[in-house]
Design a protein around this ligand. Structure first.
Ligand code: CDP
Length: 197
C-alpha cells in the first residue's frame, strides 16, 4: 500500500511526536526530514557538497542542539541543498507499506499527492517553552531563536514553510499533544476508509 502522511509546521510545534505516534499506530515508516538539514548544516564547509549525506552524518550526537537548528535553517534556504535531498525524501514517501514524513515542505513540495496532510502549529511562546524543556539554557534565547528560524523558513524563496491548502490545521497551543495525536489518527483512519470504499 502506498500511503503518505505529510506533517509540516514551525519549530517545536509537536510534529515529531505526532509523526512517531502515527507511524507506530499504523505501522508506517517515519522520516524526520529536519534531521537531513541539521546534518548538512552541522557538517560545515560547502553546503552543497555537504548535502551528499552519509549514514555517519545522520548518526552525529549533536544534531538536536539549538546551533544545529540554526545551521539547518541557513543551509535549507539554498535551492541546490534542497534539490540534493529531494529524491531520497520522495522515494521514502512513496515506499510500499506507508510513510510519515515531518518537515516544512512535505505536503507542498516533496509529496503534494500525500493522502493526509497536517500542518501542526502553536504560539511561539508555547513552542519555545517546549523546546527549552528539551534543551535547557536561557528560555528567552530559545524563544528568540525559534522566532528567527520561523521567519527564515517562512520567508525563503524556495519551498517556504506554508500550510498546503488541503492540510488539516492542528494548533497545539491549547490542545494537548495526545489530543492532537488522536485527531491525526482519526484523519488517517477516515482517509484509509475512503480508499477501501
Ligand atoms: O525540530 P524542529 O521543528 O525545531 O526543526 P527541524 O524539523 O529539525 O528542522 C530544522 C530546520 O531544517 C528548519 O528550521 C528548516 O529550516 C529546515 N527544514 C526544512 O527546510 N525543510 C524540511 N522539510 C525540514 C526542515
Amino acid at each position: 500500500m502506498i500511503f503518505t502522511v505529510a506533517i509540516d509546521g514551525p519549530a517545536a510545534a509537536g510534529k515529531g511526536t505526532i509523526a512517531r505516534a502515527v507511524a507506530a499506530e499504523f505501522g508506517f515508516a517515519h522520516l524526520d526530514t529536519g534531521l537531513l538539514y541539521r546534518a548538512v548544516g552541522a557538517k560545515g564547509g560547502d553546503p552543497v557538497a555537504a548535502a551528499q549525506l552519509t549514514p555517519e552524518d545522520l548518526a552525529r550526537g549533536d544534531l538536536r542542539s539549538l546551533e544545529a537548528g540554526q545551521a539547518a535553517s541557513r543551509v535549507a534556504a539554498i535551492p541546490e541543498v534542497r534539490a540534493a535531498l529531494t529524491r531520497f525524501q520522495r522515494d521514502f514517501a512513496r515506499q510500499d507499506g506507508g510513510a510519515v514524513l515531518d518537515g516544512r515542505d512535505i505536503g507542498t513540495v516533496i509529496c503534494p499527492e500525500a493522502e493526509v496532510k497536517l500542518f501542526v502549529t502553536a504560539s511561539a511562546l508555547v513552542r519555545a517553552h517546549r523546546r527549552w524543556l528539551e534543551v535547557g539554557g536561557d528560555e528567552a534565547e530559545v524563544l528568540a531563536q525559534v522566532i528567527e528560524r520561523d521567519a527564515r523558513d517562512a520567508e525563503r524563496a524556495t519551498a517556504p514553510m506554508v500550510a498546503a491548502p488541503d492540510a488539516l490545521l492542528l494548533d497545539t497551543t491549547e490542545l494537548s499533544i495526545s489530543a492532537a495525536i488522536e485527531m491525526a489518527v482519526e484523519a488517517i483512519r477516515q482517509r484509509i476508509g475512503q480508499g477501501r470504499a
